[in-house]
Write a protein that binds this ligand. Structure first.
Ligand SMILES: Cc1cc2nc3c(=O)[nH]c(=O)nc-3n(C[C@H](O)[C@H](O)[C@H](O)COP(=O)(O)OP(=O)(O)OC[C@H]3O[C@@H](n4cnc5c(N)ncnc54)[C@H](O)[C@@H]3O)c2cc1C
Length: 437
């Protein structure tokens, strides 16, 4: 029979590793099964020769000062690098500084609507139309829509206005990156598991989870063979998109019995789309344009472009530009091949700076990862759909003291969609397992 452990953890992303480290410290024997040949999941830091920063194909920033991330960084002896927020936006063929005015204005309007939205949720799109009728300037409404698409990776026609209003009124000040990239944090977490009862198996794709009270059997395949593992309990950190995948879809995992208790939670959440690409250029050409006006700029926006947002590696000065598209724009891009995405990214950066930028000529290397087509992610990060109140709590609830759930989508303390939320949910699930022992 397959070897037995106290707990099986499915997935070695931030949530799975946080859970494993916690359980390892508590003296449990843990088997972590990870489909990819690497740890980190939606954290994927590439150390490229000659670049002073990691190229992050997934998570990159720490939004605000979330306790789960900052306390981990402290323990790991890693710094949080503050990043400047000087922004320029392309308008009528010119680059202008972007003010925070529309953001402040929309946050205020959302705060006012919160009471009404708590009694009756509507979509972001419907709310913006209502606010427009009440006199919200068109520019502010457009700004809000783009933020929901680009930052929340959400479709405004489906996203819950209540959830967005709650998140935005809370607000998060500060914008950091972990020194050495998020990869360094994940390696530290893995290091914490060393010398404990944690065993990590990479390249192990879980395809089926058969469970009943007090017993879980996990079956799957690795490059070499099929495998099975057994434990009285399991922590499932599968991404939302994987949990929602219909039977037979790439990456889908079959639960027997099916997770009927989770159906409503899974219907109340959506997996947002993001396409993120890294352009390595021969020089940071933008630093010299227009008399050095953009030298300290970190973000550039062209709302009309296929990739509407770019950012630099500041405070590190290096010829790296990150291209970002979220929500419906990302869904459109995600159908393209890598060379087509490269063309779109080059054209978008060119449209920010104009023909003088000569981006194609200056491009040294291009890296992109399509998280939507990735069978072990099936999307970027979660958002709440209209009427999906309580869905995150419901997703996080354990089933019969046997199956536990963690991952960014299962964080219900305001860090969902982020590494911080994934870390917190993993730790929470591990503690719950220990309590239930
Ligand atoms: C492009 C992009 C940019 C982002 N930017 C930021 C940012 O700047 N800041 C931020 O805080 N967050 C950001 N995020 C979100 C952040 O990356 C995630 O919230 C977080 O990493 C999720 O961690 P997790 O452990 O919940 O899930 P994951 O990291 O997805 O971990 C789940 C693991 O399960 C594995 N798995 C899947 N299927 C199977 C299977 N069948 N068998 C075994 N293993 C399986 C996966 O390979 C993965 O390793 C970004 C995400 C993306 C995609």
């Amino acid at each position: 029979m397959s070897p037995s452990f106290d707990i099986v953890i499915v997935g070695a992303g931030a949530a799975g590793l946080a859970a494993a480290a916690e359980l390892g410290r508590a003296g449990r024997s843990v088997l972590v099964l990870e489909a990819r040949a690497r740890i980190g999941g939606r954290i994927w830091s590439l150390d490229e020769p000659g670049l002073p920063v990691a190229v992050e194909l997934g998570a990159e920033f720490i939004h605000g000062r979330p306790a789960p991330t900052f306390s981990l960084l402290k323990k790991a002896g890693l710094a949080a690098v503050d990043s400047p927020r000087v922004r320029f936006v392309a308008r009528d063929g010119r680059l202008e500084p972007r003010s925070d005015g529309p953001y402040t204005e929309i946050r205020r309007a959302l705060k006012r609507e919160l009471g009404a939205l708590r009694s009756r949720d509507i979509s972001v799109l419907a709310l913006l139309e209502r606010l427009r009728r009440q006199g919200l300037p068109e520019e502010t409404a457009m700004f809000a829509r783009r933020m929901v698409e680009g930052y929340e990776a959400a479709d405004p026609a489906r996203a819950s206005a209540r959830a967005i209003a709650e998140d935005w009124s809370a607000g998060a000040d500060g914008h950091f990156r972990p020194a050495g990239g998020y990869g360094a944090m994940m390696r530290w977490l893995l290091g914490e598991c060393e010398g404990t009862g944690v065993e990590l198996r990479l390249g192990s794709v879980v395809r089926a989870v058969r469970w009943k009270r007090g017993s879980v059997e996990v079956a799957g395949s690795s490059r070499r063979a099929r495998f099975q593992a057994r434990a009285p309990r399991a922590i499932i950190t599968l991404p939302l998109g994987v949990l929602q995948a219909p039977a037979g879809a790439p990456g889908a995992v079959r639960f027997t019995p099916a997770l009927r208790e989770k159906r409503q939670a899974l219907e109340g959440l959506r997996c947002g789309a993001v396409v993120k690409a890294a352009l390595r250029l021969r020089a940071a050409f933008w630093e010299d344009l227009d008399g050095g006006r953009y030298r300290d700029a970190s973000f550039f926006h062209d709302p009309q472009a296929a990739f509407p947002t770019f950012w630099t590696a500041l405070p590190e000065r290096t010829p790296l530009m990150i291209a970002w598209a979220g929500g419906p724009k990302a869904r459109r891009l995600a159908r393209a091949s890598d060379p087509e995405m490269r063309c779109e990214a080059v054209a978008s950066l060119q449209s920010v700076f104009g023909a003088r930028a000569q981006v194609a000529r200056r491009l040294d290397a291009f890296r992109v990862h399509d998280w939507q087509r990735d069978p072990y992610a099936r999307g970027a990060y979660s958002y709440v759909a209209v009427g999906g109140e309580g869905a995150r709590e419901a997703l996080a609830a354990s089933l019969r003291g046997t199956l536990y759930f963690a991952g960014e989508a299962a964080d219900f303390e305001g860090e969902h969609g982020t590494v911080a939320g994934a870390l917190r949910s993993g730790k929470r699930a591990a503690r719950q397992v220990i309590e239930d022992d």
